[in-house]
Design a binder for this molecule. Sequence first.
Ligand code: SF4
Ligand code: SF4
Ligand code: SF4
Ligand code: FES
Length: 282
Amino acid sequence: MFVILNEVKNLMISTESIIEILRLSPQNDITTQSLIGEGKGGGESSPAWGEEKCVKEKKMERKTFNITIDGRSLDAEKGITILQAAREFGIHIPTMCYMEHLTPYGGCRLCIVEISHNGSKPFMDTSCTHEIREGLDIQTQTPKIIRARKMLAELLVAGAPNVKIAQDIAARMGLLKVRFPMEDNRCVLCGLCIRMCYEQMDGKALGFVGRGMGRKISMPFEVRPETCRLCRGCDYVCPGVIIPCRGVTEPGELCGRCVRIEETPACCSMTTFGCFCEQNPL
Ligand code: SF4
Ligand code: SF4
Ligand code: SF4
Ligand code: FES
């Protein structure tokens, strides 16, 4: 009885956190993004005579901001995000929908951190989209953050148990079981394919359609447009395609043997995937 009460209490605490996180809508609308650099008039021109002073002043501006991450005082480059600053200083924040050189989307919310400024009340935000500024105090591992990330990982693996990245994230979060009904989605709605197509392949062939449970990736009217050159860039970045996860056979089962490499993965002879996972921490 006591165990059941404890379970219910944990679920309620986690649910409160998840409601707070789900209020954070994705920061960037990647379905309507414009090409990088578009509309900037084709590069910088020389400053007019009167603007010279202004340009010099700009150059003299501070190039770094002093921020604190997990109690460490750091000077991080102006214009970067909290996630980039953390990575620069070797602080691990888990991610799923973030990929270097693609516009951050802020969709999976696994990279949430607690942020306060000048002693203000901390609030949660996605570190991949939140730009640093002077005096930010960031916490990446508070009990509230850990609880919220675990809940997100549980929802993720419940929705897509056969997508390896979902199993890896669940294992890294220390999940032992899933309390939600299992589905078998092959798409984790990370939006990487859309951004890859749009920003790197100049394809403009993919986008999100639908809302809530019906949200999915699609081509316009589900027909391949002429702009799609079958380059397979979208497949290249898709977590559902890169390495299929074949070890899970029962609903609700968690594998995670890629992360716990001391166990030989049943589905991955020669532990190839295990090596891959360890060399590419999420
Ligand atoms: S294959 Fe088509 S949809 Fe995929 S990235 Fe290339 S252009 Fe875009
Ligand atoms: S199809 Fe793949 S890359 Fe695109 S959103 Fe789904 S999981 Fe992500
Ligand atoms: S060992 Fe196989 S089944 Fe298990 S997480 Fe890795 S790829 Fe998936
Ligand atoms: S929201 Fe930041 S990595 Fe997904």
